[in-house]
Design a protein around this ligand. Sequence first.
Ligand SMILES: [Zn+2]
Ligand SMILES: [Zn+2]
Length: 91
Amino acid sequence: MEKYHQTEFSPRTGRPSTQLTPLRLTGRHFPDLIPATEKKANPTRQCGICSRARDEREKKIRRGTKYYCADCETPLCVTPCFRIYHTVANS
Ligand SMILES: [Zn+2]
Ligand SMILES: [Zn+2]
């Protein structure tokens, strides 16, 4: 008995390189006032950038902001944090 070896031909499929760009860098985001609640007419939240920063004594910087990005659902100071958050990839 003669066996025929079937050589499987698998054409190399070029994998499409998906660029993982954070969504916040691709869209157009604008600062929005944090919507008022029943309890707070002018609510403030801790800024997502500032809360990660530390002062020279390694203490958390507590800084409230009235603004946030509705698309990112992240509270941010209008300046400079809003711009930093949306332009610096590793911020
Ligand atoms: Zn901030
Ligand atoms: Zn955003």
